[in-house]
Design a protein around this ligand. Sequence first.
Ligand code: PA5
Length: 447
Amino acid sequence: MSVTLNTKFAGQFIKQHELDYIAPSAESALALVRAKNGPGNDFLGWVDLPVNYDRDEFSRIKAAAERIKNMCDVLVVIGIGGSYLGARAVIEYIKSNNYNAVREGTPEIYFAGNSISSSALHDLLRMCEGKDICVNVVSKSGTTTEPAIAFRVFRELLINKYGEEESKKRIFATTDKARGTLKTFADRMGYETFVVPDDIGGRYSVLTAVGLLPIAAAGIDIDALMAGAAAAREKYLNAPFAENDALRYAACRNILYRHGKATEILVSYEPAAAMLAEWWKQLYGESEGKDGKGIYPSSVIFSTDLHSLGQFIQDGNRNLFETVIDIVTPKDSVKIPFDPEDTDGLNYIAGRELDDINHKAMLGTLLAHVDGGVPNLKIETPNRSESETGSLIYFFELACAVSGYMLGVNPFDQPGVESYKKNMFALLGKKGSEERGRELAERISKL
Ligand code: PA5
């Protein structure tokens, strides 16, 4: 079980002495995480979570997932940001980006409340027609507008479809353990509730009930997921710099940033990793992008995006680096058929595994992009099993915390997320924001 950082393709951009010089800073940052005495240390519950989680709640999650599987054709997971990305990332990465089409014996799973698009919600309501529905509403605060709107809509639908009492058995609320609008409401209604721990922020919450309930409902072995995360914790939380690939990843990112490489592109050759990249983007973007600093996290799926963004990466502004997730063993096998006429000229690869071709595309691209002046880090993971996925999640979480401390920011807050909300509430005329509403309306009228 392992996640390995391969720096062979970044060698000409990162000198050994740069790594030597930055190693103490990475080790100090890791010490802050371990001692829990750095900025944002109220939000370090994820560090020991893989070995220190609520076993009773974990059993309740499994039992609720079984009930959802038996009771529902569709599970609608309502949440935004850290309250949705992890679950969707893991389900698609382990199962398939076409999970709903290829699932066997588990419900369709759709995600709502992650936008304010009327079309998205309207389409989802149509997709649920004639099907038995369960809802998992996920919101730590319970007041986030996007999920609150979707929850109101689905609650009404469930009450109309099943009646007040039956609807309560179909709603599962994941929220604060004691406080907040959703907790109060869920207790009043008698919904089964699960906890977003106080000391774990949204973007670090995938291995709590936030992620685990939908993940278990998708038929994924959450024991193995947690075991993989525990193995990564064991491996990376205490190892010295030279033997610690999570620290080395954090260090390489910081060195490249100081060279002016202000954009990191997470690359995967596996479409099932697209949502994992979205989760990673929130993790790194929300943790590091503050105080005028930070590496902008971006992502691509190759070879798909080689036919769109490939030109820019090869030849455009040289302010970027790539981090390639190399999944060593594929989940599935497809062989290229032989065509006696060879009309398409592909017989030179007939009989070969498609994954072998994909790996050659990866190697060719790595070399081309390095030649084009783009440093490439490679993160190698053996496969997309539950345990390896758990390890990969923990690896990225730990490296992110270390990297944030090395950058000199608090990796666990997100003060900037409030700004759009204040303006939106003011423009909507929410009570208490009337004056700001008038100011904004005036500004808009002068544009
Ligand atoms: O990382 C975060 O804190 C955010 O992405 C939140 O998870 C997101 O805003 C949703 O918040 P809540 O769970 O309170 O609805």
